[in-house]
Write a protein that binds this ligand. Structure first.
Ligand code: KIV
Length: 291
């Protein structure tokens, strides 16, 4: 199934076309139509992960137009080693919190490993839960050609889908965490995957850990936006995992992450200051007491 371009969509209104996804004055929730229009304008946009209402509300107030409830919640929020153990129940709970914490961002939720690989009907059942119970505006799933039937049925059923190709962390046990699309054959496969998800009706596609030149080529040949993570500067959008971006993740972070703050140091310092106050008897003081 081929997705209509924004200009072909019957309800297109000229007044929609002037609003930037980031920095625009939209007071309503961003839709996948807004995303299509941004690609037509050649506009770049940011996406961040979020796993809870409070963090999501901070990013929403900052104007982040698309929030991903990634199954990276497995490593970054739930204490698993990989995304593989994350369940649909966990994704539904986290996604509902992010929806409650936002009023403007398009919230996209990951379908976790095991919730769509059996086939299109399983994918539809899982995605329907996230849309109905959690209230997300779209779902994301991993895989190119191998997932095109799932994408087709979801889109036909009215559920917008963001695809995810290149490094697909749910397949870590099979592919490891390695750059994808290096070499002629692998690059050709990546472009076939990108076309397959676009033809199946995906409204955007994440390109994870692929050479910058290949991501640039995919961005040129697709009419849907590409969302890069470790895919160079030429993609239409960029996504980062929020705990990496704000320096909360412990240990090594990937080379493609830019760290905009050091929350781990800030939070650790505050926790130690509190502990010292309690142990030293300097908290609470009179102004923190009720009588
Ligand atoms: O789960 C996630 O956070 C993701 C991003 C890395 C794109 O899939």
């Amino acid at each position: 199934m081929t997705q209509l371009s924004a200009a072909q969509t019957p309800q297109a209104k000229p007044s929609d076309s002037g609003k930037a996804l980031y920095g625009g004055k939209s007071t309503r929730r961003i839709t996948v139509r807004d995303i299509a229009l941004a690609k037509e304008r050649g506009e770049k946009w940011p996406m961040l992960t979020a796993y809870d209402a409070m963090t999501a509300s901070v990013f929403d107030e900052a104007g982040i137009p698309v929030m991903l409830v990634g199954d990276s919640a497995g490593n970054c929020h739930l204490g698993y080693e990989t995304t593989v153990p994350v369940t649909l129940d966990e994704m539904a709970m986290l996604s509902a919190a992010v929806v409650r914490g936002t009023s403007r961002a398009l919230v996209v939720a990951d379908l976790p490993f095991g919730s769509y690989q059996e086939g299109p009907v399983q994918a539809l059942r899982s995605a329907t839960r996230l849309v109905k119970e959690a209230g997300v505006g779209a779902v994301k799933l991993e895989g190119g050609e191998r997932s095109h039937r799932q994408i087709e049925l979801l889109v036909e059923s009215g559920i917008p889908v963001m695809a995810h190709i290149g490094l697909t962390p749910q397949s870590v046990n099979a592919m490891g965490y390695r750059v994808q699309g290096r070499g002629e054959e692998a690059a050709a496969q990546l472009l076939r995957d990108a076309k397959a998800v676009q033809d199946a009706g995906a409204f955007a596609v994440v390109l994870e850990l692929v050479p910058a030149e290949l991501a640039a080529e995919a961005t040129r040949v697709l009419h849907i936006p590409t969302v890069g993570i470790g895919a160079g500067a030429e993609t239409d959008a960029q996504v980062l995992v929020w705990t990496d971006m704000l320096g909360l993740t412990g240990g090594r972070v990937p080379k493609f992450v830019k760290q905009y703050a050091d929350l781990r140091a800030v939070m650790g310092g505050a926790a130690r200051a509190f502990a010292e106050d309690v142990v030293g008897g300097t908290f609470p003081r009179e102004e923190h007491s009720v009588h």
